[in-house]
Design a protein around this ligand. Structure first.
Ligand SMILES: [Zn+2]
Length: 493
């Protein structure tokens, strides 16, 4: 500020001034000398001294002023530089400084007012005014004092919810604009204009406790009573249960679910294509064999896609046929290694039949798959459990040709086409013995279904047509994630 600069000038008359307490001292605010400086009318500090002013009060008289100006003009430029004095424009500068000071004070006052301005809020349905930023505690204290609201604190309770000390819970519950705050949030809350506050009784507070966690292993569950298609719709993940021991009460709580367990779910259904689209899947088991190429020729001629459930031992023996099936764009899945009834086997044998089957067809060139067709359609929940997630699909059929009985071409055609529904899966064989009746029946079966308006698709495409099946699993290659946990038990309902 200009006053401060003046006081620091080497030529200022400070040494001549009386110090506070001394005789002749004038406090700065009432010092006429200083007020003259503020008015910009004192031309030269090294001439006018406080004593002079006090003596004759002549500082405002024009002749003196003129005299001082003249005197000032005679000084050397060197001394002029060191003196804050009567240069042109200085009074203007000082006026500006004063203006800024005043504006500053007004701004500061406005800022202070902004932080303490009154605002109107609703408190339990009543319109009230508080200083902005008032805390929830302060608002409650005010309304309780006015007997507008009566709030009861909650209790201190044990881990099993028994009251340990009445009134030692949370002092109140606060909701702001319809949203209930936690007690910590309520403590941090400060009022804003138009907020709608509702105070209610405080909640119970649980005693301090120590916590113990318990792992819950997933089990295997079944979704859907029956269906020609079964698949794993959810992999397993363990859950966590928490048991609390109260530090005050010593009580042990009932286990509470902290993280829910995810059980392995096997979903059973019959395929129901979207919008009732007439889709049908023709499937061949027990190959490849010497009949496979003949069947491929018919399918090619009729422009029909099919699915082949191959035996690992046959794929190993006839890898060229596996490649022919694959190259023609048909789907390939696992019919186990040696065609044994899985239900009659122990766990190790089940795993061996399944994993060796997958390895053999893949070694012969089949794309990666986790789908099986259990021999004889024989599979139980126990088999799923024993499979350890190595297979994720079990595909049966809805129309059995009974071709294994070799009942004659006409019977085979009739068994496959007597009545049909969208989503049908037809069972035929391209291996496992004399398949000449199948080869003869196949063109008639295709012709019959084409006449009825059916379109021939693979099992994967059939699954894709059903909106209930997740897109994640329709490609028949769903594999257990590395972090999934396989169950050791089937759920008991
Ligand atoms: Zn079979």
């Amino acid at each position: 500020m200009s006053q401060h600069k003046d006081n620091s000038s080497p030529r200022k008359p400070a040494s001549h001034r009386a110090e506070p307490g001394q005789k002749g001292y004038v406090p700065p605010s009432t010092n006429p000398y200083l007020s003259s400086v503020e008015s910009g009318r004192v031309p030269d500090f090294d001439v006018i001294k406080p004593e002079d002013i006090k003596g004759d009060q002549a500082v405002d008289s024009e002749p003196v002023l003129m005299e001082k100006r003249k005197h000032a003009s005679q000084r050397s430029s060197a001394s002029r530089r060191s003196v804050k004095g009567p240069r042109k424009g200085t009074p203007k500068k000082k006026s500006k400084a004063i203006l800024y000071t005043i504006l500053g004070i007004i701004a500061a006052a406005l800022i202070v007012f902004y932080f303490v301005r009154p605002v109107t809020i609703m408190v339990n349905g009543k319109r009230l005014t508080f200083t902005v930023n008032t805390s929830a505690d302060q608002v409650l204290a005010t309304v309780e004092e006015q007997k507008d609201v009566s709030i009861k604190p909650g209790n201190l309770v044990s881990v099993n919810d028994n009251v340990l000390k009445e009134g030692d819970g949370y002092p109140f519950t606060l909701s702001v604009n319809g949203e209930t705050l936690t007690y910590e949030q309520a403590q941090a809350y400060h009022v804003h204009a138009n907020d709608d506050l509702v105070f209610s009784n405080g909640g119970n507070k649980m005693e301090p406790y120590t916590s113990q966690e318990e792992k819950i292993e997933p089990v295997m569950t079944k979704n859907g009573a029956y269906g020609s298609v079964a698949y794993i719709s959810q992999w397993g993940k363990p859950g966590i249960k928490e048991i609390k021991t109260g530090k005050i009460s010593g009580e042990v709580s009932k286990p509470e679910m902290k993280e829910p367990v995810k059980d392995v779910v096997v979903t059973y259904l019959n395929i129901s294509p979207k919008n009732g689209e007439k889709l049908v899947a023709i499937t061949f088991d027990d190959g490849p064999s010497k009949y496979t190429d003949q069947i491929l020729d018919i399918l090619k001629k009729e422009d029909v896609k099919a699915t082949f459930f191959m035996l690992g031992e046959n794929a190993k023996e006839l890898p060229d046929q596996v490649k022919h099936v694959k190259d023609a764009g048909h789907e390939i899945a696992n019919h186990t290694m040696t065609h044994r009834d899985l239900v009659t086997l122990d766990k190790q044998q089940v795993l061996k039949e399944i994993t060796e089957g997958f390895q053999a067809i893949e070694a012969a060139g089949a794309p990666k798959t986790t789908a099986i067709r259990p021999p004889y359609g024989s599979l139980k929940m126990k088999t799923w459990l024993e499979g350890e997630g190595k297979f994720a699909y079990s595909i049966l059929w809805t129309k059995d040709s009974l071709d294994w009985k070799r009942p004659g071409v006409e019977a085979i055609v009739k068994n496959c086409t007597g009545t049909n529904a969208p989503g049908d899966i037809i069972l035929l064989h391209d291996g496992g013995g004399d398949r000449s009746q199948d080869v003869q029946a196949l063109p008639q079966i295709i012709a019959n279904l084409k006449t009825k308006g059916y379109k021939f698709v693979t099992i994967s495409d059939l699954m894709k047509s059903d909106e209930r099946i997740s897109p994640d699993v329709v490609n028949m290659d769903n594999t257990m994630p590395s972090d999934a946990v396989w169950p050791t038990e089937i759920a008991t309902y």
